[in-house]
Design a protein around this ligand. Sequence first.
Ligand code: ATP
Length: 257
Amino acid sequence: MVQSAGERPLLEVERLSKAYGYLQAVDQISFRLWPGELVALLGENGAGKTTTLQMLAGMLTPDGGKICLHGQRLTAGELKRLVGYMPEMPALYPGLTGQEFLEFVGGLRGFPRAICRQRASELLVRFGLEEVTQRRIRGYSQGMKRRLVLCATLLHQPPLLLLDEPLNGIDPSGVILVKRELAALSARGHALLIATHLLDVAERLCGRAIILAQGRIVADGSLDELRARTGEATLEQIFARLAQVALAEVEKEEERQ
Ligand SMILES: Nc1ncnc2c1ncn2[C@@H]1O[C@H](COP(=O)(O)OP(=O)(O)OP(=O)(O)O)[C@@H](O)[C@H]1O
C-alpha cells in the first residue's frame, strides 16, 4: 500500500449495500483507498464489482452505507463531478471524431473550450490515438474506443479513478501503453480501483487486491499479504482458493437456513 503515517485516505467506504429486489448485490462492504494506490477489484461474474463502482461513481443510489472522499461525505452529484468512472460498456457518439467527442465531454463538465481542446489533444497522444483524432468514432476498432473512453474518464483530472475492465479489447501493445499510463497516474497520486477478470494483468499492475464474492469482501490486502494468508504463489491461485472458501461458506449458510 502507498499509505504513509498520518496520511488521510482518499476514499472511505463504510458498510455500503445495494439490493436489486431480493438479490443482495453488495452487502455492507467497507474499505479505504489511499492516494497513489492501484487496487484490483476482483470477483466472479455477478460478484458485485460493477454495482460497487457505480455506487462510488454516483450513478447508483446505495441502500445504505457511506462514501467519503478526502474525509467529506459526498452526494451522488458531487461524486459524479469528482470521480472518474469508466463503465464497461459506455455509450459513444459514432458520428463524432475522437477529438470532438472529448471536447463534447469536457463541455458537459463545464470546461472552457480551449482547455478541453488542449487536454483532449494531450490525452489522445498519451493513449496512442494521435493518428485517429480526426477520424469518426464509427471507424475505430474496439481497442481504440476503449482508449478513447479512458481519455474521456481522465479529462477532468479526477483524484479517484474507477475503471471497469479498462483493458478489454485492447491489443498487446495498447495494453502495455495503457498499463504504463495507469502506473503513471498512480505515481502522480491518483487512486485507481480497477475491476477486472485479467488476473495476470492485475498481478503485475496492482499492489493490492479486494476480492468480492456474493457481494461481500472476502479478502483485501497487498499481494504479499494475500500470498502469506493463502500459501499460494499467484493471484490466480489466490483467487481460486478464496473464491472456493467463500462459496463453501455460502453453501453452509444456505444449509443452515
Ligand atoms: N439492474 C439490475 N437489476 C437486477 N439485478 C442486477 C442489476 N444489475 C446487476 N444485477 C445483479 O446483481 C449482481 C451483481 O452484479 P454486478 O454487475 O455488480 O456484478 P459484477 O461483479 O460486475 O459481474 P461481471 O463480472 O459479470 O461484470 C448480479 O447477480 C447481477 O445479476
